[in-house]
Design a protein around this ligand. Structure first.
Ligand code: MN
Ligand code: MN
Ligand code: ZN
Length: 290
């Protein structure tokens, strides 16, 4: 079910890779996910242990037996593609290059990353530096098929990418534009001020996205509710239906035919037994057709 979809919703959650990358697939399968996001290394360290041939083979074998759509990898939280500190900028570029290489080895479809925080140097300079980083990284990874997916942000602090125009400007400055895609995090765009709750607001938001970026670039959703209100610019995830987005916003997304083939991934707090993911997925599926 990699390239075609029989109409089954592509729904899943971010999964731990504790025990190896293949365990993320096992966890996803255990709770009935049809979409999956994972890290490809420890998410709070610059460098990770290399993936062995056996790691790759075990992962590919597990995936081939699973009914999971496109796999999304999330980058590590340390990376800032527009860091003003030269050493952090260099480490960030090296780290994202390494992550693309890991994804390519595993055959991962999408590497989702946060664009970066300008730390006071200004939005324009930040956007230019992010594009410069991506160009450098793409040059080092010529011909890769894994897509570079910019995640929309809540705009907390000096984080860039909270306006569709900023995402467009970044993509426009990237040389290999066919490698670029976008992930919408519902919590983030809502906190950034995009109404997705009222029917009118929802349609306006996606019309704007289509006009500015183009819906053909949209390859993934993070389906998180938001603890904080519209336009708060605060990034706090909440379980589906329990936050300020509420069931109505998710009902619109889950029933939007344009998004049937786009993986929808939860990034909400969870315990080891993952019962929260099970509940959130049931809530989302329950909205279909209502
Ligand atoms: Mn993210
Ligand atoms: Mn997210
Ligand atoms: Zn978030």
């Amino acid at each position: 079910m990699k390239d075609s979809n029989d109409g089954t919703v592509l729904l899943g959650a971010h999964m731990s890779i504790a025990g190896g990358v293949h365990t993320a697939i096992e966890r996803a399968v255990r709770i009935g996910c049809t979409a999956l996001q994972m890290f490809v290394k420890n998410n709070n360290q610059w460098k990770g242990k290399a993936l062995s041939d056996e790691d790759v083979a075990t992962y590919k074998d597990a995936l081939s037996k699973a009914r999971i759509g496109p796999v999304v990898v999330h980058d590590t939280y340390l990376i800032n593609l527009c860091a003003s500190d030269r050493s952090i900028l260099r480490k960030s570029r090296d780290a994202l290059t390494d992550e693309l290489q890991r994804c390519e080895k595993l055959g991962v479809d999408y590497l989702n990353f946060h664009p970066g925080a300008h730390m006071g140097r200004g939005e324009k300079e930040g956007i230019e530096r992010i594009a410069e980083s991506l160009n450098m990284i793409h040059t080092r990874t010529k011909g890769f098929r894994v897509k570079s997916v910019i995640e929309s942000t809540a705009g907390q602090g000096t984080a860039l990418g909270y306006k569709f125009e900023q995402l467009k400007d970044m993509i426009d400055l990237v040389d290999e534009q066919e490698r670029m895609a976008v992930c919408i995090d519902t919590c983030h765009i809502f906190a950034a001020g995009y109404d997705i709750v009222s029917e009118e607001g929802y349609h306006r938001t996606f019309r704007e996205f289509d006009d500015i970026i183009g819906l053909d670039r949209l390859v993934a959703f993070h389906v998180n509710d938001s603890k904080r209100e519209l336009g708060s610019r605060v990034d706090r995830h909440e379980h589906v239906g329990k936050g300020k987005i509420g069931l109505e916003g998710f009902r619109l997304i889950m029933n939007d035919e344009r998004f049937v083939n786009i993986p929808k991934i939860l990034e909400t707090p969870k315990s080891d037994d993952m019962h929260e993911d099970v509940e959130n997925m049931a809530v989302l599926k329950g909205l279909i057709g209502t």
